[in-house]
Every structure is written in structure tokens, then in C-alpha cells.
Design a protein around this ligand. Structure first.
Ligand code: SF4
Ligand code: SF4
Length: 226
């Protein structure tokens, strides 16, 4: 799941500036699950903007809409009627949703209302943590199902470094050492001997280092099938 956090209200007020109308566009998928930009958060943010406008003696019309998935064009289309009625759209979807809206409505300012953080897992109520950095060349089978790229602060493929202490990473006592977790997991699996095998360098070209990425499934492309 994509994890996001709502931007501070001061930043949002600065982003929307002096417009007289704004549509807050939420997404009912990842950002709803991580309580950053679903229908409930859209309502809370709308109230906050109305109050802030009233306190400043300004006229601000605030509309609300939440679509099923802002990262898909057919769902976005359902927001069109409200998009047309406002000066600016504040999207509380992840960065993909914001850009999908910007592509769909090229003549309308589409601004982010959240900070998109990482691919993560809900650990407990109100707690999410990073699990995957979308490196494009998954090696979880070599590390007991625990990601060294996302969970080691240095993304070491053949860790640990010398900084781990009491199972915590040297960057912070609040951060589990990813390689400590990997060793514990391999021990539990009876596969500790895997640590003796050198993990080869990752193909970083499959990650962001190779530029913007694209997945094309030829079997689903009409022109490829003909
Ligand atoms: S190895 Fe890469 S794809 Fe696999 S979990 Fe880690 S970052 Fe994600
Ligand atoms: S202490 Fe552990 S998580 Fe932190 S950088 Fe070293 S190996 Fe990676």
C-alpha cells in the first residue's frame, strides 16, 4: 500500500493561496486506508479550510469529492462536474493520483494535499512502516522475505554493517536493523548458511537509476496481438 501523510494546514493554505473556490479531491484506496486522504480526511480538511477562510474574513467555496481510485482515468472522470466549478483542485491522493488528475484536467491547477511517503505495511492501528522501495529487481528470496533495500538504512545487500546495536540500526534507536531481522528470520528458518552466499550486485537500472519506468504487457496490447 502507498503510505501518505497530509501536509500541514499552513502549507496547504499557502498552496491554495487567494483562490475563491477549491475542490478537495480524495481517493478511497491507499490514502483512505492510511487515513491521509480518504472521504473522512477530505471532510476534515474541507472544514479546516472553511474555518481558516472565515477567520481571515475571506470568501472561499470548498467542494468535496472522493473517487474510488484517483490513479485510474475512468474513476477520475466522476469528479469532472465539480472540477469544472472551481479555480483549483487540491488532491489528497498519492502523487500518482495528483498527476493523473493533472493529465485529465490540463487547464486546471491540480495541487498536492499530502506528502507521498513509501510502500508500506500497517503494523498497528495508526502505525505504518516502509517495506519496499520498488527497486524493480526483487531479491526477497535471498534474504528470508525481509527487504534489505528498504529496511537497511544503507540498503546493504550483504550486511550487516558494524553499526547494529541490540537489534537497532545505528541511525536511530527507533529503527530496527534490517539485517538483524534478516539474520533472525534465517535462523528461524534454519537457513543461516545463506549468509555465506554473496548476493550479487543488484540491477539498479531496473530501479529509479534507469530513469522513469514502464511496464508493458504485450499480450494485452491489441496492436501486438495482430
Ligand atoms: S528487493 Fe526491491 S522489490 Fe523486493 S521488497 Fe525490496 S525494494 Fe521491493
Ligand atoms: S545497522 Fe543494520 S539497518 Fe542500519 S545500516 Fe547497518 S546493517 Fe543497515
Amino acid at each position: 500500500m502507498i503510505i501518505a501523510e497530509r501536509k500541514p494546514i499552513e502549507e496547504i493554505l499557502s498552496i491554495i493561496g487567494d483562490v475563491d473556490s477549491v475542490l478537495i479531491a480524495g481517493c478511497a484506496t491507499c490514502v483512505a486506508d492510511c487515513m491521509a486522504g480518504g472521504e473522512r480526511e477530505v471532510g476534515i480538511l474541507a472544514s479546516a479550510l472553511r474555518i481558516a477562510a472565515a477567520q481571515r474574513g475571506k470568501q472561499l467555496e470548498v467542494l468535496e469529492v472522493t473517487v474510488e481510485r484517483q490513479c485510474e482515468r475512468e474513476f477520475i472522470e466522476k469528479a469532472r462536474e465539480k472540477v469544472d466549478r472551481v479555480t483549483l483542485v487540491l488532491s489528497t491522493a498519492c502523487g500518482v493520483g495528483v498527476q493523473a488528475m493533472a493529465e485529465r484536467f490540463p487547464n486546471k491547477p491540480i495541487c498536492p494535499g499530502v506528502n507521498t511517503k513509501f510502500l508500506g505495511l500497517r503494523e498497528a492501528e495508526g502505525v505504518w512502516s516502509e517495506r519496499c522501495a520498488a527497486c524493480g529487481d526483487c531479491t526477497l528470496h535471498l534474504t528470508g522475505g525481509i527487504c534489505p533495500v528498504a529496511r537497511c538504512s544503507k540498503s546493504l545487500l550483504n550486511g550487516p554493517c558494524g553499526g547494529s546495536k541490540g537489534g537497532k540500526c545505528e541511525v536511530s534507536e527507533d529503527v530496527d536493523c534490517g539485517w538483524h531481522l534478516i539474520v533472525e528470520r534465517l535462523t528461524a528458518l534454519g537457513q543461516l548458511d545463506r549468509l555465506e552466499v554473496n548476493i550479487p550486485p543488484k540491477n539498479w537500472a531496473a530501479s529509479r537509476d534507469g530513469g522513469p519506468r514502464k511496464v508493458v504487457k504485450k499480450e494485452y496490447r491489441d496492436e501486438e496481438r495482430e
